[in-house]
Ligand binder design. Structure first.
Ligand code: SF4
Length: 625
């Protein structure tokens, strides 16, 4: 049994610089999510914390979890960042809760150097000037924080930082990269979803946080004992089971590739999504051809040759056998950013995608959402719904496959995407996203052309909340759940009738919440979801209480579910074309046929019913009693 009995939370008021530590009994709260929702409701704070297993020998246990009310989703949200919890653990606290707002944008400095006290300083920074320096944006601010404060730390600290997207939009991300021997590495990690960069900067006046220390607490580090738990369950030691569980993210010999980019693109075939989802209207043969010609023979081939064969891979900062950060020099490649700022924008070449992704990262955008917005605006330009000069760009993109040159035309489209990105972060921008892309799209649709809204795929929440869905062609990603844009839903390729899909989403949400509340990386979920309750029981006791608290937290979050029925016609098309494809490809179940018929008879009515059925299924499971 561990000695730790409380979760220690450092409150920092960024207005006054006042700080204090509060303790919350373990059992009443278990981690950064359930404590986060409690604090968010009480103080509307930004909460940043680790799980109970941070610093332990369990691989993937050092995620840094961000929670609070999201400025873009407009509901409670959770986002996480790989490895950043390892250094946070050296502060000797479980959570940082930021309240108040600094008068000028500032860097928050936290250091626990051989003592009981954490040093806290809030230091103003010339933000716009800093963002223009060196590697620009988020990277420049990380460097500046390190330059100012780095020599005060005995061990390498970590910096989390925002970019211009956090100042000018509601979906700015928080970025960070591990620091090795005083140098910031290229393996950057992101709390991308939910706009917590915008929250930190706009609501609290904090542009970056540098933290670290020397504190060593009593973390579970007995490998022999852990091995016996794994042996009992899997007849394998911890490291062997973890190697097996993380194959996809390291290297999967069945596909001769690795990481989310490699494995997803190797297997996606005619589920490929490109040109702002226009491919859902293509034939299976056309999509298969696109996959073969542009992905397998080019985009993926480049990745395999440059990254996988050269073994350019790193971890997020914690010791982890998955080494999921796949690199090409300074460019880190994950599936979803290189999908939204790749094929979704009509870009199928690594050089072009690298430029757009790097620009979006240095500006500090939520990469998935900004890629979705770019692709949408590019189709609006292509269709002539909006003129290039109205968005501050020179040309219309090439959004058709006929005669598409995979290198040249990808770069042509990338240049337009980069012009759009630049426009989004100007003070008097023609693409004003300060209140989000949904409101912006709604205004354009009202004032110009309704079709503008109809081709923008997003999940809607309350009056203005929005998020671009995960990049899988399956109904789950458009579900009316209380948190969307991350994997609190089923995103498998099978057709699941919507009521059951809702139930399945809810069950997934509970599992994912459990590992988020423990700060565990979901790439280890193959054993973590299964074994974690027992590990908690052995280390802290009260497994039943732990499991109950997760269900309670899920129902608490769900009780605020203000999801809004799909506003874009293309959302409904996304579901309908998916169902029709399933039928064409041999799914003969009565339920699939039934829904295909409903959509064929009356698309809008079927979409509404489908949406509500998912909603009902989720409510059935996420009840407190
Ligand atoms: S799988 Fe990747 S993100 Fe997760 S702990 Fe390992 S290196 Fe970090």
């Amino acid at each position: 049994m561990m000695q730790q009995s409380h979760l220690k939370t450092l409150f920092v008021d960024s207005d006054t610089g006042f700080y204090k530590v509060n303790r919350y009994e373990i059992g009443k709260a278990w981690g950064p999510v359930d404590l986060g929702i409690h604090l968010s409701k009480k103080y509307d704070s930004l909460n940043i914390g680790t799980g109970l297993l941070a610093g332990s020998i369990f691989p993937g246990s050092n995620r840094l979890i961000f929670s609070g009310f999201s400025p873009c989703w407009h509901g409670f949200f959770i986002s996480s960042m790989g490895g950043a919890g390892l250094i946070f653990d050296n502060l000797g606290i479980n959570m940082l809760s930021i309240v108040g707002k600094a008068n000028t944008p500032s860097i928050l400095y936290l250091n626990r150097n051989h003592g009981e006290e954490i040093e806290v300083e809030i230091v103003p920074v010339r933000l716009r000037k800093t963002w223009e320096e060196g590697k620009k944006g988020v990277y420049a601010l990380m460097q500046q924080a390190l330059d100012i404060f780095g020599d005060r730390y005995e061990n390498d600290p970590r910096v989390i930082a925002t970019g211009p997207a956090s100042l000018y939009t509601d979906f700015g991300a928080i970025g960070s990269a591990p620091i090795r021997k005083g140098e910031i590495t290229h393996a950057d990690c992101w709390a991308g979803r939910g706009g917590f960069g915008s929250k930190m900067l706009q609501q609290h006046g904090i542009a970056a946080i540098i933290y670290g220390g020397t504190f060593a607490d009593e973390d579970f580090r007995d490998r022999n004992v852990a091995d016996t738990w794994f042996q009992d369950r899997y007849q394998m030691k911890l490291s062997a089971k973890d190697m097996e569980a993380t194959t996809k993210y390291r290297y999967d010999p069945s596909f001769n590739t690795g990481g989310t980019f490699g494995v997803n693109y190797a297997t996606i075939k005619d589920n490929i999504i490109a040109f702002n989802y226009r491919t859902i209207y293509w034939t299976d043969e056309e999509r298969n051809k696109l996959h073969q010609d542009f992905i397998v023979n080019h985009y993926l081939k480049q990745f395999n040759e440059e990254t996988i064969e050269k073994k350019q891979q790193k971890t997020c900062g914690e010791p982890c056998a998955a080494v999921c950060k796949k690199l090409n020099g300074e460019f880190k490649k994950d599936y979803e950013p290189y999908q939204t700022m790749g094929p979704l924008c009509g870009i199928f070449d690594q050089r072009a995608a690298e430029l757009v992704n790097m620009k979006a990262d240095s500006l500090g955008f939520d990469a998935i959402s900004v890629g979705g917005v770019l692709a949408w605006l590019m189709e609006c330009l292509y269709e002539g719904y909006i003129k290039p000069e109205e968005l501050g760009v020179q040309d219309k993109p090439i959004f058709t496959i006929e005669n598409f040159d995979v290198v040249e035309d990808s770069m042509f489209n990338a240049n337009i995407a980069m012009e759009l990105l630049d426009e989004m972060v100007k003070p008097e921008s023609r693409i004003n996203l300060i209140e989000g892309a949904r409101k912006y799209a709604r205004n354009l649709a009202r004032n110009k052309d309704k079709r503008i809204l109809d081709i923008f795929i997003y999940n809607a929440y309350a009056r203005h909340g929005w998020i671009v869905p995960n990049q899988y062609w399956t109904p789950g990603v458009l579900s009316p759940m209380s948190i969307m844009g991350k994997y609190y839903m089923n995103y498998g390729k099978e057709f699941i009738e919507p009521r059951e899909l809702g139930r399945e989403n809810a069950r997934r949400m509970i599992k994912e919440l459990m590992i988020d509340n423990l700060g565990i990386c979901r790439f280890h979920r193959a054993w973590a979801e299964d074994l974690i309750p027992d590990i908690i029981d052995k280390l802290f006791g009260n497994k039943e209480g732990f499991l109950k608290s997760i269900e309670l937290t899920a129902s608490r979050i769900h009780s605020r579910n203000a999801s809004i029925f799909w506003e874009a016609e293309r959302n409904a098309d996304y579901i309908q074309t998916f169902i029709e494809k399933r039928l064409r490809q041999g799914d003969n179940s009565e339920i699939t046929k039934l829904w295909a018929n409903k959509f064929k008879t009356n698309k809008n009515e079927a979409a509404l019913e489908f949406w509500y059925e998912i909603h009902k299924g989720a409510h059935e499971v996420l009840r407190e009693f």
